[in-house]
Every structure is written in structure tokens, then in C-alpha cells.
Design a protein around this ligand. Structure first.
Ligand SMILES: [Ca+2]
Ligand SMILES: [Ca+2]
Length: 251
């Protein structure tokens, strides 16, 4: 009789079971459903955290007003901002050679008094934020080196057509600490704006020498989207929830 009840347990209520048998079976079913629901929720949270962690967008340099590395023996070019060079975990080296960008300022010809840099994110996508590590070169009794870091600038964005519009005018950038054991990356929200190109039109440094401006690293992050795995988990969650609802309705 119990086996009959098992096979029809998800359909109409079997009349031949006595009430305490029915209650026990229902409690087991509800426990199973709650366990499955909790599992689906945990999976969902886990998948969300993975998704957030991998939302960084690979970037390249579309254009830059000048690279000190192009006209001198110093290896300081904009490519070092998007390659991860000098980045260790969430901090950055204090040695600029091969790890940071510095423009020519008035130190080398051609001078660069209108510094700007444009990042290419490969395709138009919704941008959640950018993370900026400022110019972190430091030596004892040389405060002007950290002063070469970007202090203010406009952030502009463009789609495939490279027609820029202002997103954040006169953004302030934190001066770097001159150490390499803290996360000094500054997160700037980009409000989910759809863009392929992001331009920094730099207006001032932090009081450094020779009108230099520089940075250590820049990363971009997309607004997370549900993946196939996430959609599957959401589907499982929906099925479990509707099953629970049906079970409750029948009691
Ligand atoms: Ca770097
Ligand atoms: Ca400018």
C-alpha cells in the first residue's frame, strides 16, 4: 500500500493511507524540497561571486599623447598600464621601469602639455567600474616622483564610432602611497555606461616635476551578466519553488 502511495504521492492525495503515514511522507518530501532549495540558493550565490570576480575586461591602448619610453631610454609606456606589469595581487611595484606609464612632459621632445590616454575594451559593453593605481615611483627625498601621478582629469566614453562624450568631468585621482604592500587601487564607478573606448583627458598632476603625468595600472570591470550555468541554477530554483507551492496548495 505504501509503494502505491509513493507512486501517486505527487498527484492526488491517496485515500488509503492513514493520516500519520501521510504526514510523515509529506514531511520527508518537504525536507527534501527545502534541502534542494537551499542547495540551489547556495549555488546561485557561489556562481554570482565567481561571475563578479571574472568580470574584468581585457583592455589595450587605443592612443596616448606621448610615451617617455618612445623618446628616451626609460621603459615607461602606456602598454604597462594594461599588461599587469608590476601588479602583484592588488598592489603595484614602486619601480617604474617596465611597469608604469610616464608621458614626456617638458622633459623630452616633443613636449606633451595636453596629456591624454584612451583605452580600448574590444567591444561595446556595460561598464561597472574602473580601478586606477596612480604613478607609484618613489625614492628617498624625492617627493616629486609621486607628484607625477594624475591628480585630475575628465573621463569620456565612446562607442565603436570613437565619438566621445563626457561621463565624469574633473575626476580626482588619489596620489599613490609609494609603497608596494597595500592595495592603493582607486575604484571609480562608471554607472553601467555602454562603451568600447574610455578616455582620460588629464588636466593636472600632483605637483610633480617637468609637467610629467603618469599612472601604474588601470583595470575595467563589466556589469555582470547571468551565464548559462547561472541561468540553469535560476531554472532549478524556479522549478523547486513552484513544486513547493504546489505541495503547499494540496495540503
Ligand atoms: Ca603596471
Ligand atoms: Ca586635455
Amino acid at each position: 500500500m505504501k509503494s502505491v502511495a509513493f507512486f501517486c504521492g505527487f498527484g492526488s492525495r491517496p485515500q488509503l493511507l492513514i493520516s500519520n503515514e501521510w504526514d510523515t511522507m509529506m514531511k520527508q518530501q518537504v525536507s527534501f524540497v527545502r534541502f534542494t532549495g537551499a542547495l540551489a540558493t547556495l549555488g546561485f550565490v557561489f556562481a554570482c561571486s565567481i561571475e563578479s570576480a571574472v568580470a574584468q575586461i581585457p583592455a589595450s591602448i587605443q592612443s596616448v599623447s606621448s610615451n617617455l619610453g618612445d623618446v628616451s631610454g626609460f621603459d615607461r609606456i602606456a602598454d604597462h598600464l594594461v599588461s599587469g606589469a608590476g601588479l602583484v595581487g592588488q598592489t603595484h611595484s614602486i619601480n617604474p621601469e617596465g611597469t608604469m606609464w610616464l608621458n614626456t612632459g617638458t622633459f623630452a621632445e616633443p613636449n606633451d602639455l595636453e596629456p591624454e590616454i584612451t583605452f580600448d575594451l574590444g567591444s561595446v559593453q556595460p561598464l561597472a567600474s574602473m580601478k586606477v593605481w596612480n604613478y607609484n615611483e618613489t625614492l628617498p627625498n624625492r617627493p616629486e616622483l609621486l607628484g607625477r601621478g594624475v591628480a585630475t582629469g575628465d573621463i569620456l566614453v565612446a562607442g565603436e564610432d570613437l565619438m566621445f562624450s563626457s561621463l565624469i568631468p574633473n575626476q580626482s585621482f588619489d596620489i599613490a602611497p609609494g609603497v608596494e604592500d597595500v592595495d592603493f587601487g582607486q575604484v571609480i564607478g562608471l554607472m553601467g555606461t555602454d562603451a568600447r573606448y574610455v578616455k582620460l583627458d588629464i588636466s593636472a598632476n600632483h605637483g610633480g616635476d617637468a609637467n610629467f603625468v603618469g599612472l601604474s595600472e588601470v583595470q575595467f570591470f563589466a556589469v555582470p551578466e547571468p551565464t548559462g550555468g547561472l541561468a540553469l541554477l535560476l531554472g532549478v530554483g524556479t522549478v523547486v519553488c513552484s513544486f513547493r507551492h504546489r505541495q503547499r496548495a494540496r495540503r
